[in-house]
Write a protein that binds this ligand. Sequence first.
Ligand code: FA5
Ligand code: MG
Length: 423
Amino acid sequence: RRLISGVSSGLSDQLEILGVRYPTDAITNVTPAILSKLSLRLHTQHAHPLNTLRSLIESHYPDFAHLSSLSPLVTPYKNFDELSFPKDHPGRAVTDSYYLNKDLMLRTHTSAHEVEVFRRGETKWLLTADVYRRDEIDGSHYPVFHQMEGARIFSADASGMKECEENNAWLAQQLAMSNIVIEDVPHISPTNPVQPTHDPRYSELVARNLKLSLNTLMLKLFGGVAGSNSQNPLRVRWIEAYFPFTSPSFEVEVYFQGEWLEILGCGVVRQATLDTAGVSNKIGWAFGLGLERIAMILYSIPDIRLFWSTDPRFLSQFEHGKITTFRPYSKYPSCFKDVSFWSPKDKPLHENDFCDLVRDVAGDLVEDVQKIDNFVHPKTGRTSMCFRINYRSMDRSLSNDEVNGIQSQVVSRLKDKMGVEIR
Ligand code: FA5
Ligand code: MG
């Protein structure tokens, strides 16, 4: 029986996860590197920045239920169908999500729990959890990250709408005096419509209440963020978005390290979700915050991999409940390695399969993967790809020999597991 980071995979057709065995099948694509993260639950680790951020947000919503211990294993039905994802939505693909088998997956977002929490009768709640996606690799994307879902529902009548009509004059005044500039978009537009079953006045009030709630949260979180002042404010912008389970929908981006960084998605909950949960007489909003992204801005943490570091030079910088500016310890040199190959004839290798393979071999020693070339041979129809892998440790200098050793493992796995021909 082989033990890989707490995951035993003794029988090839079964996987043991957190003490329970699950059958595998043709679509199983979870990797040992991913499964080793399931038990870590950084959002509950003492003094971890993600835990402090969770507490801080929870304290901003004192009268909301605070949930943070739901299992990451969910059915595709819960993750997608219950939330009105169409059958052919790309997020369902094995190239985008992690499956234990066809009936069980790792949740890709905290929205997977919306129906069950609404069904319990919660009307104001926050839920924090680890989520899993097969995604590209770079400084702000990691295949495991943490989200906080927040939701509030009102009676879909005059009394509910009264509750919804909070005064935002206070917020406008606070913002005017702050170090933050927020750009807005209309609550409702032809490209971001009211749901057919909603009274447009109600939908507008709910959207406004949602934005007010999140703007107030951002004012609290980012009000003292390092490096910003009234001359050089932190820039925040609302943009229109699309989610199958909300309309109208929005995202918020913050200007950070020279780029717009998306920190959250949100919107007016699709009525079908509330109907399924047995609360048809309600109308409300939901949001999903990207906790790492927000923590990066708050603590000036430059790379998302750092959240997983066990290096005392990282962990010892944080005290529970306190936001401090991260002091980077020296950056070690990068080592770039390219690999070029021909994909099997009718099956071009997916970039996410490549990233997972690299992540599984190199773990957090890989900082970044870029596809630098892709072409189809005009005669043979085969696809050639070239990827550039940036190896860099956050904790030490890598020797050339070590990187060459890792790179040759990547190359041999590519040949053996993916059936490619190295060029
Ligand atoms: C969602 O996941 C929706 N469930 C959010 C939502 C909830 C919408 C409720 C409406 C109502 P999205 O895929 O945009 O949306 O992800 C939300 C946030 O998670 C992003 O804004 C980003 O901050 C963070 N995020 C997404 N992918 C990654 C990643 N690979 N690494 C780190 N953070 C990520
Ligand atoms: Mg998004």
